[in-house]
Design a protein around this ligand. Structure first.
Ligand SMILES: [Zn+2]
Length: 267
């Protein structure tokens, strides 16, 4: 089954993982800028990272027939020092013309601090200035509800921001309704221990319906599974979802949102 993986951190994965993704039917993959497994010691570390995301990773993916797109930002885990973060943000426009860049992300909050919030808002403004979609990371575990609330309040202060140009990722049972009701897209991250399990994600889908909803594996530095999305498709089938419903979640929905970027042209 062909599918789109809308959120995967491939710089943390091996080439074998690309092969497994391709064998499972992954044809398109999107990589938001995030933490590299360690805090970078200088803004130039980000320059190399942005080069990796825009030039090198697309070639690695192409060897397995996978189209690679990316999102750029300073992730919230490294945004606590506003001077550092602004220096990195100043170099982002240099990369926005790269053919695989979709938008600004994954921005958001990690520990819900004032500095993180300020840098989050500056990223939203950067996206507006360049007319780009936005991918938002929400904090984990006990910080998630409060962080999601803070993010929605901050976004509401941008009247020119179109809500259907924003996906709020890592939603769970206690945040998905608020996100969808506010008019944003919502992403469910399938993770072995934290975030959503496959069955919890399908529960959420069955309760809220498929409108403006996608699922992803994240497959980052944490304990994660690059094949979580096709495994969820199998589980959907076992729970009685038909081929059209599965195709909608794994192909049509991510394609619809990602097409907010004029760069996202796929067959
Ligand atoms: Zn991520």
């Amino acid at each position: 089954m062909r599918y789109i993986e809308p959120h995967a951190h491939m710089v943390s994965r091996t080439t074998d993982d690309y092969e497994r993704l391709a064998l499972a039917g992954c044809e398109v993959l999107c990589e938001p800028a995030f933490w590299a497994g360690f805090d970078r010691s200088s803004p130039d570390g980000f320059r190399d990272y942005f080069l990796q995301l825009t030039r090198h990773e697309p070639k690695r993916a192409a060897k397995h027939g996978i189209r690679h797109f990316c999102w750029l930002c300073v992730n919230p885990k490294e945004a606590e020092d506003p001077g550092f973060a602004r220096e990195v943000m100043r170099m982002i426009p240099e990369f926005l013309d790269s053919p695989n860049v979709l938008g600004i992300g994954e921005i958001g909050l990690n520990k819900n601090t004032r500095n993180e919030l300020a840098i989050f808002e500056e990223h939203v403004q950067l996206a507006l200035d360049h007319d780009l979609p936005v991918l938002v990371h929400t904090p984990h575990l006990e910080d998630k509800r409060k962080g999601t609330r803070l993010i929605l309040d901050a976004l509401a202060n941008f009247p020119k921001l179109r809500r259907d140009q924003v996906v709020i990722d890592h939603v769970e049972e206690h945040t998905v309704g608020t996100v969808l009701d506010a008019g944003y897209w919502a992403g469910m991250t399938l993770y072995p221990h934290s975030k959503c399990s496959v069955d919890r994600a399908i529960d959420i889908l069955e309760i809220h319906g498929p409108e403006r909803l996608w699922m992803n594996s994240a497959c980052d530095w944490g304990v994660s599974d690059p094949l979580a999305v096709p495994k969820c498709a199998l589980r959907m089938k076992a729970r009685g979802h038909d081929t059209a419903a599965i195709r909608r979640m794994l192909w049509e929905n991510p394609r619809e949102f990602l097409s907010r970027s004029p760069r996202f042209i796929i067959d």
